[in-house]
Design a protein around this ligand. Structure first.
Ligand SMILES: Nc1ncnc2c1ncn2[C@@H]1O[C@H](COP(=O)(O)OP(=O)(O)OP(=O)(O)O)[C@@H](O)[C@H]1O
Length: 248
């Protein structure tokens, strides 16, 4: 389980996280939702230790990662996979080489074992036939799937998704959602998904947390979030611009 306790982070005078408290249950899919610029990506980067907070704690199975040395953090990070918003593939490497990259960096597997793993992960995301293509030859959805195969390469326990379905058509969105759900069910993965995509959250989330003005204002299962009485949450789910309601 990941437990975030009273997390604060400012950039200069801009206070982005103002005391975030959140529990992310093991083996479940948790969506962190909220408007653009509310600090969702900043929160995600704290969870993987890419940003250090000004104060507060992030407990990963009881271990506070905020005070770890880089070497210790590196060890914890091996338990995490991350699918970045733009998939962050290496442009000059083929899809297969991209998936092999973390295995070459972090394991001592032989080339035969690496090839086997790459094939397994590409099959999982339905990209075997694209193994030798360059990222520039892929569609947006295929790039996301290649990014997912790479994120799964080291068999992580926890996987962080930064807007996995943004910019995808409904069919590709459904396919990415199915992959997230399948990975979670097959490997008891803990999934943390940053998203604005309400239909996806209502389809696959076990838990939804709403980040607004630097704090979690509501959390619960999709049904309870849908019926939330919090004015911002209601407007977010109803798709009404904040300015129109004058919510603070
Ligand atoms: N390294 C940084 N240095 C300075 N400011 C930053 C940094 N990273 C993020 N910010 C600021 O923090 C705020 C929150 O950014 P963040 O990307 O977390 O928002 P978000 O909720 O993920 O938005 P979106 O949904 O549009 O991706 C923004 O105002 C951003 O400019």
């Amino acid at each position: 389980m990941i437990k975030i306790i009273d997390l604060h982070k400012s950039f200069g005078a801009q206070e982005v996280l103002r005391g975030v408290n959140l529990e992310i249950p093991k083996g479940k899919i948790t969506f962190i939702m909220g408007q653009s610029g509310q600090g969702k990506s900043v929160l995600l980067k704290h969870i993987i230790g890419l940003i250090r907070p000004d104060s507060g704690q992030i407990l990963v199975d009881g271990l506070d990662i905020t005070g770890l040395s880089l070497k210790e953090l590196y060890r914890v990070r091996k338990r995490f996979g991350m699918l970045f918003q733009d998939a962050a593939l290496f442009d000059s490497m083929t899809v297969a080489e991209n998936v092999a990259f973390p295995l070459r960096e972090h394991t001592r597997l032989s080339e035969t074992e690496i090839a086997k793993k790459v094939e397994e992960k590409l099959a999982l995301v339905g990209l075997l036939e694209a193994a030798d293509k360059l990222p520039s030859e892929l569609s947006g959805g295929m790039r996301k799937r290649a990014g997912l195969a790479r994120a799964l390469a080291l068999d992580p326990e926890i996987i962080l998704f930064d807007e996995p379905t943004t910019g995808l058509d409904p069919i590709m969105t459904a396919s990415i959602n199915r992959l997230i759900k399948e990975s979670q069910q097959r490997h008891q993965l803990t999934c943390v998904v940053i998203s604005h995509d309400i239909p996806s959250a209502l389809t696959i989330a076990d838990k939804i947390a709403m980040l607004h003005q630097g704090v979690i204002i509501e959390e619960g299962d999709p049904e309870s979030i849908k019926s939330s009485s919090h004015p911002f949450v209601r407007r977010f789910f109803e798709g009404v611009a904040e300015e129109e309601g004058g919510i603070s």
